[in-house]
Design a protein around this ligand. Structure first.
Ligand code: AMP
Length: 213
């Protein structure tokens, strides 16, 4: 099963991607997570992309495409995978289309205002990347990671001004993928999921869809 979760920042892609990946035993390929890992480890790639990420801009297409092409050559992707955060531009989607046709695209649909509100209340544990939300997915102890009890922080790119520019980037550069993937040559199926419901309700919708792909 080769899937793509498409949607604006803050739609809940990461949370639902974790769930799908566990439930259907397929690897989650999240370019955002891989980029953050590189920044944390101060790699050559990390140094190149840090400025873009902190400003809420997309990193150059070639870097994202190279990363995913290499990842898709690894053995664990043979039975399928879930792409989360890639492709994000038509150029990236065209590069991907040269390698595969997706089985399904799941679009998470949500209004900008709800996203701004959501991201302001999102916190994460820096070491592990575990994400929490004060309202939808609170940690057991406010402000602290459930597993390590270390303090939670806000992602640099979740600050309001950056969120607004990430949304702008989404509408201009990523939203054209909605049309691209409604073409069966690029994805066999296309589903729209209302993403302003609770995490549990969205999960139920996704489960139903994935069981029938
Ligand atoms: P995410 O965690 O998916 O919201 O990604 C965080 C940031 O990583 C984005 O705002 C971009 O700066 C960068 N990024 C992640 N995936 C891509 C991609 N496919 N193309 C370009 N930039 C990306």
């Amino acid at each position: 099963m080769k899937l793509l979760l498409l949607g604006p920042p803050g739609a809940g892609k990461g949370t639902q991607a974790d769930f799908i990946s566990t439930e259907f035993a397929i690897p989650q390929i999240s370019t955002g997570n891989i980029f953050r890992e590189n920044i944390k480890n101060n790699t050559v790639l990390g140094i190149k992309i840090q400025e873009y990420m902190n400003a809420g801009q997309l990193v150059p297409d070639e870097l994202a495409i190279d990363l995913v092409e290499n990842r898709l050559e690894q053995e664990d992707t043979k039975e399928g995978y879930l792409l989360d955060g890639f492709p994000r531009t038509i150029k990236q989607a065209e590069a991907l289309a040269k390698i595969i046709t997706l089985d399904a695209v799941l679009e998470l649909k949500i209004e900008d205002e709800v996203i701004v509100q959501r991201l302001a209340e999102r916190f994460f544990h820096k070491e592990s990347g575990r994400t929490y939300h004060t309202q939808y997915n609170p940690p057991k102890k406010s402000g602290f990671d459930d597993v390590t009890n270390e303090p939670l922080v806000q992602r640099e790119d979740d600050k309001e001004a950056t969120v607004l520019s990430r949304l702008d980037v989404y509408h201009k550069q990523t939203e054209p993928l909605v049309n691209f993937y409604q073409n069966p040559a690029h994805s066999k199926k296309y589903f729209v999921i209302k993403a302003d419901d609770s995490i549990a309700d969205i999960r139920k919708q996704i489960l139903k869809i994935c069981q029938n792909i």
